[in-house]
Design a protein around this ligand. Structure first.
Ligand code: ZN
Length: 337
């Protein structure tokens, strides 16, 4: 078993690339399949560019040897350097999730996305100024000159040029997240879906124009159970070390999610059982939220989706802002009094 693992490991090489994100470096992987494949590309920074080229050089490769790229999801730390790579080697084939509007930064989608988030932020209780600032900032990102998605991937597809590597759609971290599973070798490349020792970042993405948004934490919980059923010896993450015990890492994510849910309940109890989303954030993350409100909005929206599904919280709109009310608060409060 171990020998089998070792022989396979020689076919996957990790290259760590610097980012200026709090999470630290991002991992990209070189897969020696029928086609030489790069999984993710890193952030477009000079240092990361050097690190990628040096990393390839150590493997006896350069960018002209890369035949295809698979993107796990659209976040900049996984995709942004792709333009530099394609400028150097335009013959590379790019594969990504079937919903490409986020990766391709489709203009119509970004415009709608900003409108969608401005409304969501206002309903969550952010001030008009904050809602506008954060909603329109999100759409204001560098566009790509060279990127094309040559082929889209759906759940259950096998990746061309990578025999035995199957696509597993793993939504929650983003709405275009895919992981790759090799059942034969019991290997899993999971992007940002599960990161050892770091709680799962749950982000909101705007739905397609005119559609309802997804509930990313509910998707994520389903997706963790889906991953638990896989037979995996070794998992390669988008950040941090390889995961040797996937089920343990899944349990740790579930524990974090429950802790956050309990913290939101306690915060609502402190507020007499009812508060807007922004009031919850102000109470939970006082002194910390100001520079990254959007991250906390995503996190708390997601937890409130879960608490509503469990019938612990109901949302009622008053003057355009949702008030989240604990369903059983009265009973609790009477007991205390
Ligand atoms: Zn990500």
């Amino acid at each position: 078993m171990l020998i089998k693992g070792l022989s396979t490991l020689q076919k996957i090489e990790k290259i760590e690339l610097s980012t200026n994100f709090p999470i630290g470096p991002v991992n990209v992987y070189v897969l020696f399949g029928e086609k030489l494949t790069l999984i993710d590309t890193g952030l477009n920074r000079e240092l990361a560019w050097k690190e990628l080229n040096n990393g390839l050089l150590k493997l006896g490769l350069n960018l002209n040897d890369i035949e295809q790229i698979v993107l796990t999801h659209h976040h900049n730390d996984h995709t942004a350097m792709i333009d530099w790579i394609l400028e150097e080697n335009p013959s590379i084939q790019v594969f990504a999730h079937q919903d490409t509007e986020m990766i391709l930064k489709d203009e119509d989608y970004l415009e709608w996305s900003s409108q969608f988030f401005e409304k969501l932020f206002l309903e969550f209780g952010l001030t008009k100024e904050m809602a506008y600032k954060w909603a329109y900032r999100k759409g204001d990102r560098d566009r790509y000159d060279y990127l094309n998605v040559n082929r889209t991937l759906s759940d259950g597809d096998f990746v061309p040029g990578l025999p035995n590597w199957k696509v597993i759609e793993t939504l929650g971290h983003s709405q275009d997240h895919i992981s790759l599973y090799n059942e034969k070798e019991q290997l899993f490349i999971c992007g940002d879906n599960i990161i050892q020792g770091i709680h799962a970042g749950i982000f909101l993405d705007a739905p397609k124009r005119g559609k309802e948004r997804s509930k990313p934490l509910l998707q994520y919980l389903d997706n963790l159970e889906k991953c638990r059923k896989l037979n995996v010896q070794l998992t390669f993450s988008g950040h941090g070390p390889n995961i040797e015990n996937l089920n343990e890492a899944i349990d740790s994510q579930l524990g974090n999610i429950e802790n956050r849910a309990q913290r939101v309940i306690r915060t609502l109890e402190k507020a007499n059982g009812v508060a807007s989303g922004f009031e919850i954030i102000q109470e939970m993350y006082r002194g910390r939220y100001e520079n990254a409100v959007i991250t906390f909005v995503f996190e708390i929206v997601a937890v409130l989706d879960l608490l509503q599904k469990r019938n612990v919280v109901v949302a009622e709109k008053a003057n355009g802002v949702y008030q989240y009310r604990l369903v059983n608060y009265k009973t609790t409060s009477n007991k205390i009094v």
